[in-house]
Design a protein around this ligand. Structure first.
Ligand SMILES: Cc1cc2nc3c(=O)[nH]c(=O)nc-3n(C[C@H](O)[C@H](O)[C@H](O)COP(=O)(O)O)c2cc1C
Length: 152
């Protein structure tokens, strides 16, 4: 059996989380040989998790909230699977407010969901109106670090 069958389950409204999901998928597949399925939770909100060793959850942030379907997906019992989380948020892309975004959108969320113990998390910059805080190189570097954590 492939020991690193991986699901990236995401929700994206302005497209950034989807772009980042693809970057992460490509790195895990090409650098580490993982078999990766990408699932848009808007199209399939209840994928069968039994076949996966790793679950990576991606969501954008609007009005200081995770997208609803990603939030609901987080309620799953991930049992002994390795979990990682990545978000896209406007404030996360600005150095002065990056840590605030981590606290609000990741740390507080994990406090409310103690059953989720991710091996790695990050909030990447997003895109809205005239602002573009996306950073694909940062996403690639994160995916490389994630691949190492999921390989042990
Ligand atoms: C209506 C709206 C509300 C938003 N609210 C927030 C917010 O509360 N905090 C934040 O950090 N970014 C906010 N953003 C920026 C989004 O996080 C950014 O558009 C990101 O790219 C969303 O992810 P997605 O592209 O995968 O949909 C908002 C964007 C829009 C359009």
């Amino acid at each position: 059996m492939n020991q690193n069958k991986t699901l990236i389950a995401y929700v994206s409204k302005s497209g950034v989380t989807e772009e980042n999901a693809k970057i992460i998928s490509n790195i895990l597949n090409s650098n580490y040989g993982f078999e990766v399925d990408l699932i848009n939770l808007k199209e399939n909100s209840k994928p069968d998790l039994s076949q996966y060793d790793n679950i990576i959850i991606g969501s954008g942030i609007r009005m200081a909230r995770w997208y609803g379907k990603a939030n609901r997906f987080l309620k799953n019992d991930f049992k002994d699977k390795k979990v990682a989380i990545f978000l896209s948020s406007g404030t996360a892309g600005v150095p002065e407010t990056h840590q605030e975004a981590i606290t609000k959108y990741i740390d507080n969320k994990l406090t409310k969901n103690p059953h989720v113990k991710p091996v790695l998390t990050e909030a990447f910059g997003g895109r809205y109106s005239n602002f573009d805080y996306t950073d694909p190189e940062k996403v690639k570097a994160w995916a490389i670090e994630l691949g190492k954590k999921l390989s042990v």
